[in-house]
Design a protein around this ligand. Structure first.
Ligand code: AMP
Ligand code: MG
Length: 318
């Protein structure tokens, strides 16, 4: 494909994005979590193109984005708990895995043939504007090649997928910076499928203790839960003393090449995480370094999502 269109975050850019999506094209769109590689979720060929562009295995289901809970309720069956979670945290970085409703109209590829669907209402005004202009749900996994570092800026999208998409709408870096938290509210309790931008501590007052199901490789429902993910090209080492030549990613008041948050703030660290990995990878290539070294950070609040990404980024590659 030719160079993608670079769309500004204006009414004109948003309208162009919606028009391209209506015609079945792939458009990378900003959300508050990460950049999404979006396609019309009701268009089978467009959804197939997402998998092809990312090199994503066809059995790894996609998250469907809708503008509000009413739109979500046309696609999935909401329990009282699902509704309470939606009302508390939508729009925002929470994805709910819910039973599909008959007549949902989604491409079967979106759910990889599962009887459930993962749905989110994003808060980003550009994504909201495109969803409302389009009037159809958007399937949108992260806008990066499968298994590689997540895109949290338009430049990351262009570097990873620039030759495979019709356009990218550039609204600057993502505010949250890590993917959504994924929950499956079920009769026996609410399962946590992925730590993400909405910390557990904020959810449990509503749900009671979450049934955590997020250990890498523990129980594989989809490759998003596989051990190796978010991987830089350079080997990532977790913890241990830096060896000469290592590119070091730090947190807090430490000496390092790239700092997630000099003041030790987890919100800032989450927002910086993937940009830091991209930057460290580029530095390593430029300097011929064989490893990027990073220490795990406090395992609380957003720290859990960050450590999860770091563990998977450091995991042995398949
Ligand atoms: P992402 O890779 O960020 O697009 O997130 C997609 C992830 O959501 C998948 O890898 C799964 O872990 C999860 N997911 C999506 N749909 C479902 C589903 N129907 N049931 C369970 N998990 C799902
Ligand atoms: Mg991803």
């Amino acid at each position: 494909m030719a160079q993608p269109e670079l769309l500004a975050d204006t009414a004109t850019g948003q309208a162009r994005a919606a028009a391209l999506l209506r015609a079945g094209a792939l458009v990378a769109l900003p959300t508050e979590t990460v950049y999404g590689l979006a396609a019309d979720a009701t268009n089978d060929a467009a959804v197939a193109a997402i998998y092809a562009a990312k090199g994503r295995p066809g059995f790894n289901p996609l998250i469907v984005h809708v503008p509000d809970r009413a739109a979500a309720e046309t696609l999935a069956a909401f329990s009282d708990m699902a509704r309470a979670l939606a009302d508390a945290f939508w729009p925002g970085p929470l994805t709910l895995v819910l039973p599909l409703r008959p007549g949902h109209g989604l491409s079967a590829r979106v759910t990889a043939g599962l009887p459930s669907v993962a749905i989110r209402v994003p808060a980003h005004p550009a994504m909201q504007a495109v969803l409302r202009a389009l009037g159809r749900p958007l399937a949108a996994p992260s806008a990066n090649p499968s298994g590689k570092i997540t895109a949290t800026a338009a430049a990351h999208v262009l570097a990873g997928l620039g030759d495979r998409i019709a356009a990218v709408l550039d609204a600057g870096p993502c505010a949250v910076g890590v993917e959504s938290t994924i929950l499956a509210p079920e009769p026996g309790g609410t399962r946590l499928l992925r730590d993400g931008g909405l910390p557990r501590e904020g959810i449990e007052p509503l749900t009671g203790p979450l049934i955590a199901d997020t250990t890498p490789g523990a129980r594989i429902e989809a490759p998003g839960q596989l051990a190796s993910h978010y991987a830089p090209d350079t080997r990532l080492q977790l913890g241990g003393p830096p060896e000469p030549g290592d590119i070091v990613i730090g947190f807090g008041h430490v000496t390092c090449h790239v700092n997630l948050s000099p003041r030790g703030d987890l919100t800032e660290a989450a927002a910086q995480l993937f940009a830091a990995l991209h930057q460290a990878d580029a530095l390593a290539q430029a300097q011929g370094a064989t490893a990027i070294r990073v220490a795990m950070i406090p395992d609380t609040g957003l720290g859990r999502a960050i450590n999860d990404r770091l563990r998977r980024a450091a995991a042995p590659r398949a």
